[in-house]
Design a protein around this ligand. Structure first.
Ligand SMILES: NC(=O)c1ccc[n+]([C@@H]2O[C@H](COP(=O)([O-])OP(=O)(O)OC[C@H]3O[C@@H](n4cnc5c(N)ncnc54)[C@H](OP(=O)(O)O)[C@@H]3O)[C@@H](O)[C@H]2O)c1
Length: 268
């Protein structure tokens, strides 16, 4: 029975991973969410599928990750095949800022927004990996996948003139480095580690509202500088379907890489 644990599974891509993976009854699927009581969509799905286990876990709290790994181990007998660390938290006040706006007089703000991104994307990735490591070692697949972003690719940043969202992009770049480091260390144990970008995905609730549509249009204009025929964001369903194909093919040769949902450097 292949087993999967997904962090940040209450909504967006995390929820869609749970949806697609649990549609196969032979999979055992663990949905790690920081607040199970507000994860209504997930609760409804889990009520109709016996192979979904909801576990409370804030990934910026190391002890919660340890407790979550123990809960998974109780069900599986101490193993886990695939860990997907998907959770990420971004302070919205930082998204529209240019790097030059993080002036020394705003040091407290800078620390605050970077700490929020670091807590999930960097510390969360390290703690999630290490909390589940012995389970992964005991598993058949031995795969650890971290959801990164094409926006951590410096060529893409330059091509698209994308100067905003510094904490998000810089912490995803740090994530790519830690993935390569873990891959090197864990190679001898047969454990594969991957950083995957999901593409540009429409996970924003209310993305059809006029204000959001304008923001998405502005992003599209920027992204078309790198890919002129780009039409817009893809659906969570398509992104997860493509990512799961890449994850299924993850082998020793791919371990440590930073690739897209297409399995290459095509970020859109
Ligand atoms: N969508 C895109 O276009 C895109 C592009 C590149 C990369 N990505 C990456 O793909 C991943 C998923 O993105 P998304 O668009 O699905 O994001 P999303 O809709 O904002 O969902 C983020 C998820 O992370 C959870 N989360 C946040 N902080 C957490 C914490 N401390 N502990 C546990 N869970 C936490 C949220 O839970 P709550 O419901 O409790 O808030 C939510 O389930 C992220 O790593 C993101 O950076 C997305």
């Amino acid at each position: 029975m292949p087993s999967y644990a997904i962090t940040g599974a209450s909504r967006g891509l995390g929820h869609e991973f749970i949806n697609q993976l649990s549609s196969d009854e032979s999979n055992e699927v663990f949905a790690l969410v920081r607040n199970p009581s507000t994860a209504t969509k997930l609760q409804i799905l889990a009520a109709s599928r016996k192979n979904i286990h909801i576990i409370k876990c804030d990934v910026s709290e190391p002890l919660e990750l340890v407790a979550a790994a123990m809960s998974v181990a109780e069900v599986t007998g101490g193993t886990l095949d695939v860990l997907i660390h998907n959770a990420a938290s971004i302070n919205m006040a930082s998204v529209g800022l240019y790097p030059s706006e993080y002036t020394p007089d705003k040091a407290d703000f800078t620390r605050e927004v970077f700490n929020e991104a670091m807590g999930t994307t960097v510390y969360g990735a390290i703690w999630a990996t290490n909390a589940f490591l012995s389970l992964i070692e005991n598993g058949q697949e031995k795969k650890i996948v971290h959801i990164s972003s094409g926006m951590a690719d410096t060529d893409l940043i330059v091509k698209t003139d994308f100067a905003h969202a510094l904490p998000l992009c810089a912490t995803k770049a740090a994530l790519n480095v830690l993935v390569a480091k873990f891959a090197v260390e864990l190679r001898g144990k047969g454990i594969k580690v991957l950083a995957i970008s999901p593409g540009w995905v429409d996970t924003i609730e209310g993305s059809k509202l006029p204000r959001m549509e304008a923001a998405i249009r502005a992003l599209l204009d920027q992204f078309q500088k790198a890919k002129p025929d780009l039409q817009g964001p893809i659906s969570p369903q398509d992104s997860v379907r493509l990512q799961l194909k890449v994850i299924a093919n993850l082998d020793e040769k791919m371990s440590g890489k930073f690739i897209s949902h297409h399995g290459d450097q095509n970020w859109f």
